[in-house]
Design a protein around this ligand. Sequence first.
Ligand code: 4AD
Ligand code: MG
Length: 479
Amino acid sequence: MFNKRVKIKKLLATEATGQEVIVMGWVRTFRNNQFIALNDGSTNNNIQVVIELGQLDDATLKRITTGASLKVTGTLIESLGKGQKVEVKAGTVEILGDCDPEKYPLQLKNRPSLEYLREIAHLRFRTNTFGAVFRVRHSLAHAVHKFFHEKGFVYLHTPIITASDAEGAGEMFRVTTLSMDNPPRNTDGSIDFKEDFFGKSTNLTVSGQLEGELGATALGEIYTFGPTFRAENSNTTRHLAEFWMIEPEMAFSDLEDNMNLAEEFIQYIIRFAMDNNREDLEFLAQRLVEEEKALPQDKRSEFGLIEKLEFVLNNGFERITYTEAIDILLNSPAYKKKKFQYEVKWGIDLQSEHERYLVEKHFKKPVIVTNYPKDIKAFYMRQNDDGKTVAAMDILAPGIGEIVGGSQREERLERLEQRMREMHIPVEEMNWFLDTRRFGSVPHAGFGLGFERIVLFVTGMTNIRDVIPFARTPKNCEF
Ligand code: 4AD
Ligand code: MG
């Protein structure tokens, strides 16, 4: 029976020595034919299994190699060695699965690079770095649900396949069962989607927001947490073609309520990871220090990972308008010394170099930028009285840039329809969405947090491909 096994994390915290235990895991190292460091993924810390000389025959000893899986039955004893309180004195050692040391790519002797580990992403969970990253990712995901549940938000499962482009940016993956070689055509030569599976053109969702609004304007407060898909050809350390997004939507809320919720939410999930994953975060903090040793002094982080997270927990986010942000940039030494590659003037979409300047150089903390020009934002954002800006908010985080995008929504039917027409959004096809504004419209607001971006921030990893199990990026869909 397998479920008699004790997880190593629990075992390492046990004081009651003398008891019989069963542990199972994968060998990390085997020294002197005597000491096995065994890991089962519950923690980065290994349990030491001690074998007496002569206890096992040579053939069995040879099979205890890095990566092999074992079942060990033995006695938990106080450890004589340094580094651990307890260890297991082996009674029986059963090899569950061999691991050929000639072929196993994860020999610990030569530390593999993150780039190499991306190529063997199917095995990288077995390393300390990825063990820590994915346990932290799990905790953050759990904290998301805990936070919204405690606040009375309803978890709404919005569809993955849709027929609309929620962001109006045209970055969609098509979903079709039509033949690629010989699709049915209309008389004018265009493809006849009436013949397609859904009888119309469909795509993978870029955001659950529009359906989220339908839920919020009846249930009051909802959130979605699911995969979203963007066919944007951005091969950066911050973009994925498939990423997870959390999108809360609140009826009877304005931009300020939205900012308050986002700030409280981000602090809550970070605190949850700090309270529940201390060991893993300390490991990742150390990893970051090691990684940054290769960088010149001025490229290294000012704070350690833990200090950075504590700082975010203990300080409010800066709140500025887009117009103020532009003024800060125009008055910055960086601008005067022509250090920015992209132009700075009112109306531009802030580039990553601008965001980083504001967050890392000027404010040195997360910044919420509000009231962007309407022309660079989505159609659904509430139009401000100045006629130029919308009630948008983006949250920018040090080292990452944008982690949240959100807004108060345009709840006035005429204003919304007019904006949709201006932006060539098909009003007729969106009648279901507009019904929320026709029947008991209310002020409401919401935002989207890119889950991988917050995982990057919390783990101190620097490439988004390293915080999702299997990354989907342009020209890459392995595993
Ligand atoms: O700013 P975005 O496009 O906003 C929306 O989708 C809104 N519908 C959200 C809402 O108001 N309900 O995306 C929201 C966040 C971004 O701030 C970013 O963190 C993340 O999603 N994101 C990505 N993360 C990884 N890879 C990509 N390609 C991403 N695109 C956006
Ligand atoms: Mg955005």
